[in-house]
Design a protein around this ligand. Structure first.
Ligand SMILES: Cc1cc2nc3c(=O)[nH]c(=O)nc-3n(C[C@H](O)[C@H](O)[C@H](O)COP(=O)(O)OP(=O)(O)OC[C@H]3O[C@@H](n4cnc5c(N)ncnc54)[C@H](O)[C@@H]3O)c2cc1C
Length: 257
């Protein structure tokens, strides 16, 4: 298969394979038993430059692109599905900012994600809004220079580990998906709580949590893209780029089985 890969692809494959064998495989079974978060592997990913390699160069990343990201995810997932999952969810969480954020938002948030100093999560799904994400009920109401977000999200992967969250809420339920806006919410924002953790199969080292927002105050400068009503589009654009790396996870897990 090497003849189908560029030098760049092979570089990322070998880097990720080496990291996976040295740092991921030895801890995979134990972390799946204990449910402990793989902070040691995150540090190794930072040191090799693989954290945030998908972030554009202008914001501190390697600008390595989706195919290289898929190759890295496949290699890590081959050694541990959970660590592959927690790694790539940082791409899922950051793509709304990469694809839809304002220049100020990109400059403010992406460098810490690129370095791996901060982890990011993606909070779209709700108890009754999974496949039909457009029916989400979480509300965001403007009050002066802030938005107040109220609602409950489910299955927020990396919930208990992330420092930044891209959160989707409606500013106008009557407008359906056109009323949905994206927000960048930082851990510690007033009214934001990490809730119950799901028990999972084979990816137990990843905290997948409920996330709760009770009049959670977010500055209007953290309205994704600086305009209301674009959130559903940003979420769908993100899921479009996320599908290949979910497939890469599956491929890696199957190879490792
Ligand atoms: C481990 C894990 C991690 C996750 N991480 C995140 C995350 O980080 N962020 C986030 O926002 N969400 C996350 N999710 C949520 C995930 O995106 C949803 O599970 C997914 O959108 C499906 O929603 P649901 O589980 O409510 O299933 P449902 O929408 O209830 O679907 C159940 C079944 O019905 C089928 N179905 C649904 N609608 C139709 C239809 N109209 N016609 C035919 N068949 C249909 C579906 O294909 C599926 O087989 C995660 C989920 C899991 C399990």
């Amino acid at each position: 298969m090497d003849e189908l890969l560029t030098k760049d692809n092979i570089y990322y494959r070998d880097l990720a394979r080496d990291l996976a064998e040295k740092h991921v495989r030895p801890v995979a079974a134990e972390l799946d038993r204990t449910g402990e978060y793989p902070w040691g592997v995150i540090k190794a990913l930072q040191e090799t430059g693989l954290m945030g390699m998908w972030v554009p160069k202008d914001y501190g990343g390697a600008g390595a692109g989706l195919l290289n990201l898929c190759i890295v995810v496949e290699e890590i997932s081959r050694a541990c599905g959970g660590i592959g999952c927690t790694y790539v969810v940082n791409a899922l969480g950051s793509f709304p900012i990469i694809l839809g954020g304002t220049e100020e938002q990109k400059k403010k948030y992406l460098p810490d994600i690129a370095s791996g100093d901060k982890l990011i999560a993606f909070a779209l799904s709700e108890k009754a809004a999974g496949s039909d994400a457009g029916s989400l009920k979480t509300r965001a109401e403007r009050e002066g220079d802030e938005y107040l977000i109220t609602g409950d999200k489910k299955w927020t992967t990396n919930g208990a580990a992330a420092s930044i969250f891209t959160v989707f809420a409606t500013v106008n339920p009557e407008r359906g998906t056109r009323g949905v806006s994206g927000f960048i919410v930082e851990r510690g924002a007033p009214g934001f709580e990490i809730g119950r953790r799901e028990d999972l199969m084979g990816i137990r080292c990843v905290p997948v949590n409920e996330t709760h927002f009770k009049e959670c105050r977010v500055p209007s400068s953290d309205l994704l893209g600086g305009a209301e009503g674009r959130g559903f589009k940003h979420a769908m654009m993100t899921l479009d780029v996320a599908r290949p790396f979910v497939a890469a996870q599956g491929l890696g897990i199957a190879q490792g089985a």
